[in-house]
Ligand binder design. Structure first.
Ligand code: SAM
Ligand code: SF4
Ligand code: SF4
Length: 361
């Protein structure tokens, strides 16, 4: 009874951050390891045999993840995305999907994956309640694909994974994420689009971001969405679509000839911090309020403390609420405003940032 009252009170007091943004999305990294070594995310030079990844006990277990998600849902989160590293390397992932999908207030559980393990898991994930799948695919040219997955990925396996996801019939559909780098795969974008036109699969073209400190990001490698869109429109005329909801990250366009939709994620050229409602949980239980954050807040100690269930819930709810209310992040907007940022040749900021494979995209 008392618990019900506490939950109701929490729902009534959903936190907003210092810019009035609510907490709506929770991205959960379930695994810091990956079976690929995409140079823009996990360059081989750093992530070699000797790199120390988290051990199984350091990662939050499913009970702990579920507890954080339940409290986040009470505070306003409606969408969860599972990511990594490679989330399908986490044993039993469909079980976690089932538990998260059943939480009161959670309307949407989605997954971002490199796709190679989808043939094995897509049906079970669908059955467990996963609504949407995003598969990352940077090129259809085997040589470029190999380069962009650090020599570990297999293009036929990813395409098989995409087919498996389509066959599983995810209610919210299947999307493709393509990170575009100038001179690396920007010339391949038309091939990718041609492949998925008329299939119902939406391709989202993502500007290469200065996440982390290890990928050697350079402003010159970014192809601004405006330029890419003009190139695509010269092949297939495009028409802008209105956002489906406030804060939608991808700008949506439809092919005028009716072949489907594409999206542009312009984090560098047109940042969208103003509506950013995303919180991020690392696999070892730290909460981050921005993809470019320097530090996170440890929730694992609290989760593994000696408090009773009700008391642990109360402490967790209070911690999440406090972290969110103090949130001041708008890294991309601030960075884009710096005059030097617009100059080609600008390097990634030296500020110490978390890495993408650790926190998830
Ligand atoms: N391993 C899974 C995958 O690749 O889909 C999930 C994790 S991955 C970190 C999530 C997304 O982040 C992927 O779509 C990936 O392409 C994207 N990503 C990684 N590093 C990036 C960067 N520097 N800039 C833009 N997107 C990036
Ligand atoms: Fe792995 Fe995804 Fe990072 Fe590529 S982008 S190295 S698949 S975590
Ligand atoms: Fe959100 Fe940070 Fe990205 Fe801005 S830079 S959109 S605050 S994650």
């Amino acid at each position: 009874m008392e618990d019900d009252q506490t939950s109701r009170a929490a729902r009534a007091a959903r936190p907003v951050d210092t810019y009035g943004r609510p907490m709506r999305d929770l991205r959960i990294s379930v695994m810091d390891r990956c079976n690929f070594r995409c140079p823009y995310c996990m360059p081989d030079a750093t992530y070699h045999e000797g790199f120390r990844f988290l051990g199984p006990k350091e990662r939050l277990n499913f009970d702990e993840i579920e507890r954080v998600a339940r409290m986040a849902a009470e505070l306003g989160v409606t969408k969860i995305r599972l990511t990594g590293g490679e989330p399908l390397l986490r044993p039993g992932l469909p079980d976690l999907v089932r538990r998260l999908s059943a939480l009161p207030g959670i309307e949407d559980v989605a997954l971002t994956t490199n796709g190679v393990l989808l043939p094995r898991f897509a049906p079970a994930l669908r059955q467990a309640g996963l609504l949407r799948v995003t598969v990352s695919l940077d090129s259809l040219d085997p040589v470029i694909f190999a380069r962009m997955s650090g020599g570990r990925g297999s293009l036929p396996a990813v395409l098989e994974g995409i087919d498996a996801a389509c066959a599983a019939g995810f209610e919210g559909g299947v999307k493709i994420n393509t990170v575009v780098q100038r001179g690396v795969n920007d010339m391949d974008v038309p091939d990718i689009l041609a492949h998925f036109r008329h299939t119902g699969v939406t391709v989202r073209l993502i500007e290469y971001m200065d996440v982390g400190n290890r990928n050697g990001w350079d402003r010159a490698d970014v192809v601004p969405s405006g330029e890419l869109r003009a190139r695509i429109a010269a092949l297939w005329p495009l028409e802008a679509l209105p956002p489906r909801y406030h804060g939608e990250v991808a700008r949506r366009y439809r092919y005028v000839d009716g072949a489907g939709e594409i999206g542009f994620v312009s984090s560098v050229s047109a940042p969208f911090c103003g509506a950013c409602a995303r919180a991020r949980l690392s696999s070892d239980g730290k909460l981050y309020t921005c993809l470019f954050a320097t530090t996170g807040t440890d929730l694992r100690t609290l989760l593994r403390g000696r408090a009773s269930d009700a008391e642990a819930d109360r402490q967790l709810r209070a911690a999440l609420s406090r972290i969110w209310r103090h949130r001041t992040d708008r890294y991309s907007e601030e960075r884009t405003r710096q005059p030097a940022f617009l100059v080609s040749g600008e390097k990634a900021s030296r500020q110490e940032k978390i890495e993408m494979h650790y926190i998830g995209g």
